[in-house]
Design a protein around this ligand. Sequence first.
Ligand SMILES: [Zn+2]
Length: 284
Amino acid sequence: MKKLFLVLVASSLLCVQEAVAWGGWAHKLIAIIAESHLTPEAKALTEKYLGSPIYNHASWMDEVPVWKKNHIPGWEQTSWWHMCTVDKVGKNRFALSDKRASSGDGDLYPNLVQCVDNLKNYRNLTDSAVVVNLKCVVHMVGDMHCPSHIFYTEFEDCFPRKINGKKYRRHDQMYVYYNGKKTTNHRVWDGLSIKEIWPEYGSDYEKFCKALDTASPRKRAKMCKGTIEEWVLQNAKDIRYIYDDITPNCKLDRQYLLDNQKLSKQQCLRASYRLAHILNECFK
Ligand SMILES: [Zn+2]
């Protein structure tokens, strides 16, 4: 069903490809690092289908729904394809959860797996279907590793809800202050963390890549071992402490992000190397 959906929307979506200004700084950085670890075959094929390197398409999934959700039946299903949902099953142990998906919201994990399976079969897909699946994979692997993209179902506020007329925000959307400015926990990790930790590189992607992409081949291979499910659960375990550490309206600053820079770098590199690994496996 999902496979059919992705194929059906493919051609309608292609027409807006050039009209949207892509954002998503961290998504681009992850895809640039991934690009440098693609095999020659994967690099050539991804560029052939997309018309340019993968990093130019890393935020397509964030941008296209804004344009198209009212025009393409079914596209609104993808709103939750950016977040993973997990259940706590023991002390610091988690399992994939279908609680959000079964409520009709959808979830990142099953859709990423579906898109990767579709890409493995790229020779039998239309070009436009390959393009859509490819752009979804490039984006979802980035989101999967972002510290603010995991829902922990044991938190009461995993789902946004209204109680006695008052709206409760999702736990990733908890209000916090960053350098005195009101923002959300989601934004601190999604939008700010990497740039704030390494401000000396500005928006210079080349310098960022040189500074971050330092893992040895052995370390890279170790990060790419395992399944997508194992990667989601590893992320859920490693990221969890940031939700335990903060409280509503707490005051955060750069020192907080510096104290957690190991996590930011680790998640960025896991996403980059795993994205390259997935694409290398699909296009061989
Ligand atoms: Zn996203």
